[in-house]
Design a protein. Structure first.
Length: 680
């Protein structure tokens, strides 16, 4: 009796407080807000509390008043979301609120059916209670989303009001949960509801005395979560309805049929949810039909920049590919680097490199730089693409099943590369929104690549400056030696007959010679002056002489026949000395470097082969022939750079084949001397 009396007084007090609040709501100034809808919601809440106090919580009139109260508050929350300054709200917003409103109406209809004496009254009451529970969950989700948005955009007044609504719906959820578990909706449960109503009225009264910004917007993430929650609730409602029907129609096998149905339905739902293709299809459909934009640009750009700015995870080239691939849910990607007017394969992310071409694609590079278009490879395969796009797409890209989209990377109108994206699980045709996003992201990563190249060039310039400073010190040493030799020469004219002077002069010359040889050894690799044109040069004596200098470390394994090549003997010898010395330093002590001499139809070939540590493909392609880049600790990396320059100066070339852990073969290919010279 005490609990019933307390419940009566609490609900009556709540009705009085809520009846006073509409006047305060209508007088509230400041930013525009849905004052009339707020006043109606407050008035209907007062009516529902009064009905509970005067008629009882289980009466049909009370249930109808509570339904009207719920619909009014849903309308108020929806109008708050409409204050986002947009011409119309996102369709997902209307959908979520519409579903919750329909569930509220369905629950009220079942309450009316349960109030009538019939065979299905008990089942109707159970399902109605479950629907009321689902409505409270949906209202809680909406209130939580609204409060999260207001945390950064509104003053304390509106947050007080929304927080009070959240507290009320949380209490309602707890009470309905206990009622669904079998606790009668009387006594202490009604006391708790009355207390919650009084506290809600007091909090809303405080909130209406404060002014704040009522313009908010619902995030895409919250919309997805809300739809997921509504779908889960609908699943449980349908499950309850189906089990109730089986209980009525199943007879003696009802329990077995119910168990089989619940098990089968749950297994089917779990199978669908765990399938990535189904999840991707649902995500695309929701984005297409419920939102005006497919992408949540804020979330996508934050993820994009976070991937680009994680230097410890992977090299920059791979991070660039992954950042762009994540935008379209592509599982793989390949960076094509612009070099000498063509696109060559660079870093890849989960990309099979077995079928990649060894040469670049000049036509594709020209087309992308001229038009800046994104190429859909699937459209090219189906002959649905623009003729220019189809003509520029290379055959290897058409024949690669994973190839999906080519995104150009343009920086200030210059092509720095392109990214080939792999086909996602749910492949689709791109639309204007995809093109805009990929173009913007492509320009961003192009700036990253251009900046990285500028940093490399600056670092190289700084190393040249350091080298120049070191060279200045060497020149100072050479000047001192020249001065010493000049002084010795002048004194020799006067003291040449003096035996002591001659002995001292010999010692001075020997010391100067040793010091000059040391300096020449340091400077020899930096020498560039070659003025003699290539001439027919026998290669066999040269390689034999080089092998004889270090017989323990260098072996001539083939090439006993004389071969004449167009070369400059001094330059060729210096070239081979660089390659042989590098091979010796890379090889173990018990593995000599092998020299091989051969010819083909057009070239004379000298192979320098070692069984050392080898080099990675990326190092050979990007760093081997660059100055100041060396795989040896403390190395300047000028030997291979000068060797390549010398070979090109003689009209030849250097080819490299290396495998990590197995060794390296440098092949020097020179032009053969004319047949007349060979015969001579």
């Amino acid at each position: 009796m005490l609990a019933a009396a307390l419940s009566l007084w609490l609900h009556a007090l709540a009705a009085l407080l809520f009846a006073l609040l509409p006047f305060a709501a209508l007088r509230t100034g400041g930013a525009p807000l849905p004052r009339r809808v707020l006043a109606a919601a407050l008035a209907l809440t007062a009516l529902a509390a009064l009905a509970t106090a005067g008629i009882g919580a289980e009466d049909v009139v009370t249930r109808l008043a509570e339904a009207l109260r719920t619909l009014a508050w849903l309308a108020f929350l929806l109008l708050l979301h409409r204050r986002a300054g947009e011409p119309r709200p996102p369709l997902a917003l209307d959908t979520v609120y519409g579903v919750v409103a329909l569930v509220t109406i369905a629950a009220t209809a079942l309450d009316m059916i349960a109030a009538q004496p019939s065979a299905i009254a008990g089942n109707a009451a159970s399902v109605a209670l479950l629907l009321h529970l689902l409505v409270s969950v949906g209202a809680l989700v909406m209130v939580q989303a609204l409060h999260s948005a207001l945390a950064h955009t509104a003053g304390g007044g509106l947050r007080w009001t929304v927080a009070a609504l959240g507290g009320f719906w949380l209490t309602e959820f707890a009470i309905l949960t206990l009622a669904y578990l079998g606790v009668p909706l009387t006594g202490l449960l009604l006391v708790a509801r009355g207390t919650a109503l009084v506290c809600t009225a007091a909090a809303m009264g405080l909130g209406l005395q404060r002014r704040g910004d009522w313009r908010v917007r619902m995030s895409r993430t919250v919309a997805y979560q809300s739809l997921t929650l509504v779908a889960v609730g609908a699943y449980f409602v349908l499950l309850a309805l189906a089990t109730s029907a089986l209980a009525t129609l199943g007879g003696s096998q009802a329990r077995l049929l119910q168990t089989a149905f619940v098990f089968g339905a749950t297994a089917a739902i779990l199978t669908l949810v765990s399938n990535s293709a189904v999840r991707g299809w649902v995500k695309v459909k929701l984005a297409k039909h419920l939102f005006r934009h497919r992408y949540d640009y804020r979330a996508e750009w934050l993820r994009f920049t976070e991937t680009l700015g994680a230097p410890g995870a992977a090299p920059l080239d791979q991070r660039i590919v992954r950042a762009l691939a994540d935008l379209t849910d592509s599982p793989s990607g390949l960076l094509l680097v612009a070099e000498d007017g063509a696109l060559v394969a660079g870093a890849g992310w989960h990309w099979d490199r077995a079928a990649l071409p060894l040469t670049g694609d000049a036509a594709l590079a020209t087309h992308l730089e001229t038009t800046g278009r994104i190429i859909e490879v699937d459209a090219v395969r189906l002959d649905q693409a623009d003729a220019a796009d189809a003509g520029a797409t290379p055959d290897w890209m058409r024949d690669t099943p994973a190839a999906w989209v080519v995104v150009p990377l343009l920086h200030r109108g210059t092509l720095v590369g392109a990214i080939l994206l792999g086909r996602p699980v749910l492949a689709r045709r791109l639309d204007w929104e995809d093109f805009d996003l990929l173009k913007a992201a492509g320009r961003q990563v192009a700036s990253y690549l251009a900046e990285a190249r500028a940093q490399e060039a600056l670092a190289e310039a700084q190393r040249f400056d350091e080298f120049n400073r070191r060279f200045a010190f060497l020149l100072h040493d050479i000047k001192n030696l020249v001065s010493q030799l000049a002084l010795t020469a002048r004194n020799a004219e006067r003291h040449a007959d003096n035996p002591a002077f001659r002995a001292d002069m010999i010692a001075t010359l020997r010391d100067s010679s040793d010091r000059l040889n040391a300096l020449l050894a340091r400077l020899g690799q930096h020498h560039r002056g070659r003025s003699e044109p290539p001439r027919p040069t026998p290669l066999l004596p040269l390689v034999q002489r080089l092998a004889a200098r270090q017989p323990a470390q260098v072996k001539l394994v083939s090439g006993a026949e004389p071969v004449l090549a167009l070369a400059e003997p001094g330059a060729l010898e210096q070239l081979l000395v660089h390659l042989i010395q590098n091979a010796i330093e890379a090889s173990p002590a018990d593995a000599p470097v092998m020299l091989a001499l051969a010819t083909d139809k057009e070239s004379a070939i000298i192979d320098v082969i070692d069984r050392g540590c080898g080099m990675s493909p990326g190092f050979v392609r990007n760093r081997l022939f660059k100055p100041f880049t060396s795989s040896k600790p403390g190395g300047f990396g000028l030997g291979t750079f000068e060797a390549q320059q010398l070979a090109q100066g003689m009209g030849g070339r250097i080819e490299v084949r290396s495998r990590e852990g197995e060794g390296t073969r440098f092949r020097v290919a020179l032009r053969l001397a004319p047949a007349v010279e060979q015969a001579a």
